[in-house]
Design a protein around this ligand. Structure first.
Ligand SMILES: Nc1ncnc2c1ncn2[C@@H]1O[C@H](COP(=O)(O)OP(=O)(O)OP(=O)(O)O)[C@@H](O)[C@H]1O
Ligand SMILES: [Mg+2]
Length: 267
């Protein structure tokens, strides 16, 4: 019997916001490919696109798709039964709450609404009982959509592009997390810091990786995601790397990350 989730029974899924206000650091690539690897490993996984760019939605081959109830925009602005916003994907066990360009206006439209920081949580919490993992793909900003994700989440996964300014701006994210912890979501934690687009041919990558480990210590995942052309190509085919080229280094790296996540969550 499936139990109904509620305040006393939040359900089983761990909800992770994939966030970094810096653009192009691998948030969406990580949400798609980590979620896919976990689904392939037999876990029930949901990804929620809260980025008006809709890259998560198109990267899973669901561009311009919506359920009868609509997209995440309708879920946030109108509400309704959370189940009615779930789309299936090409990956068994992997479901999506899609986004489209309508979401661009949502941040402004939500300002006028009551409990505007809690709207995503209201959608996600009742879905916890159906899934083992929920990933929320954030836009590259610390606006109201990212705030909604941080309030809805148990933890934040921070992808960091292995380049010179990787740590710059992170103080803003950490500060925002602190404010959320002091208010609407006291138990929000850092899930992990993920080094992405690593190029082992350069010293710079190694130096950045060392600095990041010094700063975030054991929060940094052992798995490092290499720069891999297949990871860049797969979204234009509407596929996760594991379907586009299962043997690629990129697909293998995200499969390794999924293993690490499962081991950490079991510990
Ligand atoms: N490991 C990688 N190797 C090669 N290309 C990658 C890798 N990770 C991501 N990319 C490519 O780099 C670009 C940025 O990645 P992605 O969209 O995942 O970043 P993002 O943080 O979600 O960006 P935004 O802030 O715009 O949402 C995309 O074109 C993606 O396909
Ligand atoms: Mg993105």
């Amino acid at each position: 019997m499936t139990e109904t989730a509620g305040p006393d029974n939040p359900g089983t899924a761990r909800v992770v916001a994939v966030a970094n206000q810096k653009g192009g650091v691998g948030k969406t690539t990580t949400a798609i490919n980590l979620a896919t690897s976990l689904a392939i490993a037999g876990r029930r996984v949901l990804v929620v696109d809260v980025d008006p760019q809709g890259n998560l939605t198109s990267g899973l081959g669901s561009k311009a798709q919506r359920t009868e109830a609509g997209t995440v925009y309708d879920a946030l602005l109108v509400g309704g039964n959370p189940e009615s916003f779930l789309l299936s994907t090409k990956v068994p066990n992997l479901f999506l709450v899609p986004a489209d360009r309508n979401l661009t206006g949502a941040e402004i439209e939500m300002v006028a609404l009551g409990e505007r920081e809690l709207r995503l949580k209201r959608i996600v919490d009742p879905l916890r009982s159906r899934f083992d993992h929920v990933f929320i793909d954030c836009p590259p900003s610390l606006g109201l959509l990212t705030l909604n994700a941080l309030v809805a989440a148990d933890a934040v996964l921070i992808p960091l592009h292995c380049e010179y300014f990787a740590l710059e701006g992170l103080a803003d994210l950490v500060g925002t997390m602190r404010r959320v912890r002091g208010g609407l979501n006291p138990s929000l934690e850092i899930d992990g810091v993920l080094l992405t687009m690593y190029d082992d041919r350069t010293n710079l990558g190694q130096l950045v990786a060392r600095d990041v480990r010094e700063f975030f210590k054991e929060k940094v995942f052992n798995t490092i995601i290499p720069r891999n052309v297949k990871l860049g190509e797969a979204p234009s085919h509407g596929m996760p790397a594991a379907l586009y080229d299962a043997k690629s280094r990129g697909a293998a790296a995200y499969a390794a990350l999924a293993k690490e996540v499962l081991a950490r969550n079991a510990a």
